[in-house]
Design a protein around this ligand. Sequence first.
Ligand code: UT7
Length: 324
Amino acid sequence: MYSKILSIGSYVPKNILTNQDLEKIVETSDEWITERSGIKERRIASKNETSSVLGYYSSLKALERANLKPSDIDLVICATNTPDMQFPATGCLVASLLNIKVPCFDLEAGCPGVIYALEVARALIEAGLYRNILVVTSETLSRYMDWSDRTTCVLFGDGASSFILTRSDEPGIISSYLMGDGNLGELLKFPAGGSRQPASIITVKNREHGVKMQGREVFRYAVGYMADACIKSLDKANLTPDDIDWLVPHQANIRIIDATAEKLNIPKEKVYVNIQRYGNTSVASIGIALDEMIESNLLKKGQNVLIVSFGAGFTWGAMVFRYI
Ligand code: UT7
């Protein structure tokens, strides 16, 4: 039995924060942010828009596009690094908003959580255990930022995307490659609020409740590992970069995207980029991009797509699928 991505939907908050707005918050400039990252603006969730709410909206869109009802879903997997609460799982909260009682859980694997979650869903479908799996990817990173740290707060944004995976007679998801190296975890982390450093007046005072990143180091690893994951995934699929219609990379930095495409010898016209409008939305970025590509008729049935991501863990991975 094969699996395929039947549908994709996304949702981003209405509220826009531009680079010019950020100039009023931290010592930065539109020029620096644009040149170093490619970002011009990002979306910021309103008070009531939690990760589960964003994921609920993107799921409604994915369901509508698939012509399915919430009751057609038999498992919910939510990939997020910014859950509504420590527990219950955000996936359970999305299921509750959809008014369905199904198995539901969260998967936390940094930005590549989307590819990890798609891989889990694919395996469960191909094993014959489930029919329609909803993979929700949702982030409210603006709630997890230290808004006094200019090295991180200018990079991230909020958003969600949802995928519906189902059984197929022909291969939709063709191959994947996942990898991780926990030894590099210190380079990108959210230090406090867990069992290592429970929330206290001291952790708040020391600003430990915010994303900490050694950007230059992360950058270096990202370029090498993203290209490597693409090559390994293509090899498994018996395909070459020439067989790929679209490279849809995680949108963390335009320079990482360009360097990855260059290493693979994939021309710019085949690389989808929307980082200028949303910044880094972590797990949600690839699905937001794919949804936009469907909306604008860029992604067409029968095309081969290569998705790739890298992030906290470190984790990285790529997947090749045919959009059928
Ligand atoms: O999604 C998870 C994966 N995350 C990533 O892939 C992010 C990877 N890293 C990056 O994208 C880049 O490293 C950054 C965009 C974060 C930074 O770009 P960079 O070219 O590596 O800059 P840098 O960190 O080496 O900083 C260069 C200079 C520094 O000043 P000095 O030490 O040269 O005087 C920084 O203090 O830029 C300064 N700087 C800023 N200046 C204005 C850092 N942040 C800012 C800022 N505005 N927001």
